[in-house]
Design a protein around this ligand. Structure first.
Ligand SMILES: [Zn+2]
Length: 309
């Protein structure tokens, strides 16, 4: 990204690559200090230069470790990652020789976050970066004694590289925002997300079709309803577990409809649903909501529904 760059779609910031020029000198899950962790070391165009880097999203400084020029940051709101996930970002940058932020400080997307450096145990000027796609701030040692977050992802699953010059990307599948289209959700105004009979809801996410029921237009999804292939095989799946496919659209695993033929297969295809439904009943014990899709009552876990206006 360049200084001052912003990227916001459907009120959600895209998580941008903090570097204008990116040369990865040590990749993820490598040796030494990256053993078993999704950490990357980045230098700029010319080795040895302390290039600035910018806030990939509007971020708050949570912790500072002065001896290693290390800062833990967290996004102020949920962001969109390059793998299509929408969640909080918690991330660590290290080796800045001149950390000039304070705990609690908020840096807007595109503003300078720090500079590449050599502070701490660094060989050569670089920025060490590690990203968690969650708001979990646990910073714990793995089996090799290397610090890591929970829910870490590699950089190509995190950053959008619009206006980043990739000098050496170590073979990563880096994407721009144009390659990850957004799913427009009506009613993006924040609601309390407490679902009750009468709530208007949408399916929240991209779902894999786990099982297709032969001879019908119905599918099973373990995540949404809890029905498993073995339930189906053993004929334990009651009628309401099956979801009509009619209101769902086939997408790829990042949510793109481009190039999909709408012929879905169990265990392979992904679908989204952009319709709004009214909740008929709730079941507190299983935290499920009853919806009616194509005249069929189904129970789905509330965690995969999003309340809308
Ligand atoms: Zn490193």
């Amino acid at each position: 990204m360049y200084k001052g760059q912003k990227s916001v779609r459907a009120n959600i910031e895209d998580f941008l690559c903090p570097f204008t020029d990116m040369y990865i000198t040590q990749g993820s899950r490598g040796i030494f200090s990256h053993r078993g962790v999704y950490a990357n070391d980045i230098r700029g165009k010319v080795a040895g230069i302390r290039y600035p880097y910018y806030a990939p999203c509007t971020s708050k400084c949570l912790k500072i470790y002065p001896e290693s020029g290390q800062v833990m940051w967290q996004s102020l709101n949920k962001v969109r990652f390059a793998n299509g996930r929408i969640d909080y970002a918690t991330y660590m940058t290290a080796h800045d020789d001149n950390v000039n932020v304070v705990i609690g400080q908020i840096v807007n997307q595109g503003e300078q976050l720090g500079s590449m450096g050599m502070k701490g145990n660094a060989t050569g000027v670089h920025c060490h970066i590690q990203v968690s796609q969650s708001n979990d701030t646990s910073w714990i040692k793995n089996e090799y004694g290397i610090y890591r977050f929970n829910n870490e992802y590699d950089l190509d699953d995190c950053y959008f590289v619009d206006y980043t010059n990739i000098l050496y990307g170590m073979g990563g599948n880096f994407r721009t925002t144009g390659q990850v289209p957004i799913i427009e959700m009506p009613g993006s105004i924040a609601l309390d997300q407490i679902i009750h009979p009468g709530s208007r809801v949408m399916f929240d996410g991209i779902f894999q079709v786990d099982i297709i029921k032969r001879g019908t237009n119905l599918f099973g999804n373990t995540k949404l309803t809890g029905v498993s292939y073995m339930d189906y095989y053993n004929e334990l799946a009651s009628s309401y577990h099956w979801i009509p496919l009619d209101d769902f659209t086939e997408v790829d695993k990042y949510g793109s409809e481009v190039g999909q033929d709408d012929i879905v297969y169990g265990g392979q295809s992904y679908v989204i649903n952009k319709n709004v439904y009214t909740v008929k009943e709730i079941d507190i014990d299983t935290n499920s909501a009853k919806l009616v899709l194509n005249n069929r009552e189904i129970w789905v876990f509330s965690a995969f529904l999003k309340e809308v206006l």
